[in-house]
Design a protein. Structure first.
Length: 224
């Protein structure tokens, strides 16, 4: 659908709500007036874009009732985009409309409203625990997630360092020497391929573990 093809269905929908509707008024694609209510402004685009959000936010200087309107598409990709952009609209206080090409169906997915963020105590607690447990500052902000040094990885590195110096060892000995109470569990889980069990309760470092240990030491991941 072209932007101009979105206009008639949106206009008809607003007129059905009792609005007097005109297109291209000032910088606005669609303007609807109803009595003494705030103007309803709709910005039309053939798809989601940063430009569309910039335009819609600029229209909030005129009215609180600003909507984005895009063609409704089929498929999981569009549904994902719709969900993500609806979340962004909610944060920006914008409304969201889609128009289906085959029958000009107009659907309002979101009305403009002030955004009140909901805080997650669980996520906040997880963030603060990770910050407190992490030793030093081994990661550069903005780095890729692959290979990031987390508190868990630092605990695994301490275990690897002990095995590198002392050879195959019991989990309890590793825990006591490194101060990592979950050492046995970490080595048994072996998420990184660094450890292997040689007999019940005893673990040794793999070649991959030795290589990774040297790499992370060079990055300062084990420094206090």
């Amino acid at each position: 659908m072209k932007e101009t093809e979105l206009y008639a269905p949106v206009k008809a929908f607003l007129e059905g709500q009792g609005y007097d509707v005109k297109g291209e008024v000032g910088a606005c694609d669609v303007v609807g007036l109803r009595g003494s209510d705030d103007p309803v402004i709709v910005e039309l685009k053939t798809g989601f874009s940063l430009q569309l959000f910039h335009q819609a936010v600029a229209r909030q200087a005129v009215s609180d009732d600003v909507y984005l309107a895009v063609p409704r598409q089929s498929g999981k990709r569009f549904l994902k985009a719709l969900k993500e952009n609806a979340a962004l609209c909610r944060r920006l206080g914008l409304g969201l409309i889609t128009v289906r090409a085959r029958d000009a169906l107009v659907e309002v997915h979101l009305d403009p409203a002030p955004y009140r963020p909901r805080k997650s105590k669980i996520r906040r607690g997880r963030l603060l625990r990770e910050f407190a447990k992490r030793v030093g500052d081994p990661n550069e902000g903005g780095a890729t997630r692959v290979g990031l040094v987390t508190a868990y990885r630092q605990d695994a590195l301490r275990c690897a360092g002990y095995l590198a110096e002392n050879g195959p060892s019991k989990g309890a000995m590793v825990a006591a020497a490194t101060g990592v109470p979950t050492a046995t569990r970490i080595m048994a889980a072996d998420h990184y391929g660094w450890f292997e069990r040689v007999e019940t309760g005893i673990y040794q470092l793999t070649p991959k573990g030795a290589e990774s240990l040297e790499d992370y030491r060079a990055r300062g991941a084990l420094s206090a």
